[in-house]
Design a protein around this ligand. Structure first.
Ligand code: COA
Length: 241
């Protein structure tokens, strides 16, 4: 079943958490995106980013690519803001059959404050509130920090996808696959982490009853090919196989 997006304007959709605002990228994010994407770890582990990452790349993402993905119903790329400043990017790519993939980076000046985890939990909550069947998260095998974010956000490891992450230069990285499946129960009970109260423009997620009824996916690893999440990169379609 596809996502239920009736009444959702993806071009303006925002999600709020206790500390964060996940909102559409804007032209005035260009400088902060450019600065954050000079970080070697962001460039190393975020496959959708060109390396070197130039001002033109940042400008294209905030002005054209991210708005285009939202307008085209391909996903929900977001700037993550805390206390009025950009602290990262996180987003969803809409796959087939109500499945989504989540991705993120945190700016080097804002790390180890739980922002990536909080943004991921919020996006998972949004996806389940809009009838997603499951959420995929793939991190390079060597990216232990991102794998820990996945675990903390309630994802279950589901093996390794050999060469599952394709970089812009054509090289591939093995992907540690994580999944979070919606149970057969009401999506409104499918929030994996307690204590996060979230609102989105389209859905009052305060009504989420926060208990962990997650049904872990036992799907064979490597069997699922998916899109990479576009977080300040060159677009979700780039990763489609
Ligand atoms: C991975 C990344 C997104 C983490 O962002 P973050 O906002 O700092 O993550 P959180 O604060 O939510 O971290 C949650 C936990 O993950 C683990 N973790 C995060 N960064 C870590 C690091 N550099 N080294 C070891 N563990 C780390 C810690 O256990 C951390 O909890 P703690 O700070 O209480 O110990 C960030 O380092 C980053 O942007 N890296 C480069 C891009 C990237 O890897 N993106 C993901 C691609 S799949």
């Amino acid at each position: 079943m596809p996502l239920e997006l009736t009444g959702v304007d993806l071009t303006t959709e925002e999600i709020r958490t206790d500390r964060l605002l996940l909102r559409p990228p804007r032209p005035d994010d260009e400088d902060a995106v450019l600065r954050a994407c000079q970080d070697p770890d962001v460039l190393r582990w975020t496959a959708s980013l060109p390396d070197p990452y130039t001002r033109d790349d940042a400008r294209a993402w905030v002005r054209d690519i991210a708005p285009g993905e939202r307008a085209g119903g391909k996903g929900l790329p977001c700037v993550v803001e805390a206390a009025g400043g950009l602290v990262g990017s996180a987003g969803l790519v809409f796959l087939d059959a109500g499945r989504v993939e989540v991705g993120y980076w945190t700016a080097p000046w804002a790390r180890r404050r739980g922002y990536a985890t909080e943004a991921t939990v919020a996006l998972v909550g949004w996806a389940f509130a809009h009838a997603a069947e499951g959420v995929l998260l793939r991190a390079a095998v060597g990216n232990t920090a991102s794998q820990e974010v996945a675990r903390r956000a309630g994802f279950r490891p589901d093996g390794v996808q050999h060469g599952g992450i394709r970089r812009l230069d054509g090289t591939r990285l093995d992907a540690a696959v994580f999944r979070l499946e919606r149970s057969g129960r009401d999506a409104e009970t499918a929030c994996p982490v307690s204590g996060h109260v979230t609102h989105s423009k389209s859905h009052d997620m305060c009504r989420l009853i926060i208990t962990p009824p997650i049904r872990w996916c036992g799907e064979a690893s490597g069997s699922h090919e998916a899109a990479g999440c576009d977080v300040a990169g060159r677009g979700a379609d780039r990763e489609r196989r």
